[in-house]
Design a binder for this molecule. Sequence first.
Ligand code: KG4
Ligand code: ZN
Length: 335
Amino acid sequence: MRVLGIETSCDETGVAIYDSEAGLMGDALYSQVAVHAEYGGVVPELASRDHVRKLLPLVNEVLLSSGTSADQIDAVAYTAGPGLIGALMVGASTGRAMALAWGVPAIGVHHMEGHLLAPMLEEQPPEFPFVALLVSGGHTQLVKVEGIGEYNLLGESLDDAAGEAFDKAAKMLGLDYPGGPEVARLAEKGDRKRFRFPRPMTDRPGVDFSFSGLKTFTLNTANKLKVDGVLSETDRCDIAAAFEEAVVDTLAIKCRRALQQTGFKELVIAGGVSANQRLRDRLEVMVKKERAQLFYARPRFCTDNGAMIAYAGCQRLMAGQSSDLSIQCQPRWPM
Ligand code: KG4
Ligand code: ZN
């Protein structure tokens, strides 16, 4: 089975072709970061327009680079939600139209299922069952995964997502959007011991998260240190380091609990924040102590991409699922 996957839920246009025998055959990604950077965040209307401009050229590029002709495509998968509704509609209507023209099924994929399955694209993929930590700009969830479509939510953020917290902390430190990688870069130069930020909700049982207090703590720390409204480079680096330590520690504590709670021996991390090196290093240490194993995707497949949608679509197709002609995008959609 060969599936063309389309991702347009936010500010990346992603297209890929995944084949159940040959694996990933082609993958192209266009990032709109430059379009939104001057606004300090994603502008939904501009995102939709840019997806319209880029999607078909990317489809062409992937068909060509993978040596695939349209008649070799068995289905078209597109992200049906959650995400920005206008942006989703671009991928959904284009994907649905191509499927109709080619006479193949279309499959609406849940964006977070795409993220969750992205580590399956790696050479040593995880095996079911596993615990998945989904950490993106919009979600922070711990999920018990027993197979394709067998997902049970163990815990989630009650307010901000981890990536959102990274992005907000970045703004406070005067960094560009998207802030996560920028905060990580500053943190590398910082003194991780100078400040101790709280590890929210780790003093009580359970695997839910809360990151909005950490954001306020970061702001207050920054405001106290400012001289004439300006933070020194040292202070910025030290705050970034303290913030990153707090998020990473909190995620690691909850992941350990989720492993202990389920008795599972595999932990998968996925979504944009799973690209964070400090998080990966900390979790490697933790899983070793738990006699478990850690899995993640290459950085390119941690953030939004078409490959994860092609892969998830292919699994759904092989399970006999597809979507009808109606296009139903859901900006909010529990997995
Ligand atoms: O999964 P993703 O690309 O999009 C959503 O589905 O939200 O995640 C984007 C999020 C952003 O908040 C970004 O700042 C964060 O992932 N991120 C990182 C890193 N790379 C991306 N956060 C921390 N460290 C990173 N290296
Ligand atoms: Zn995403």
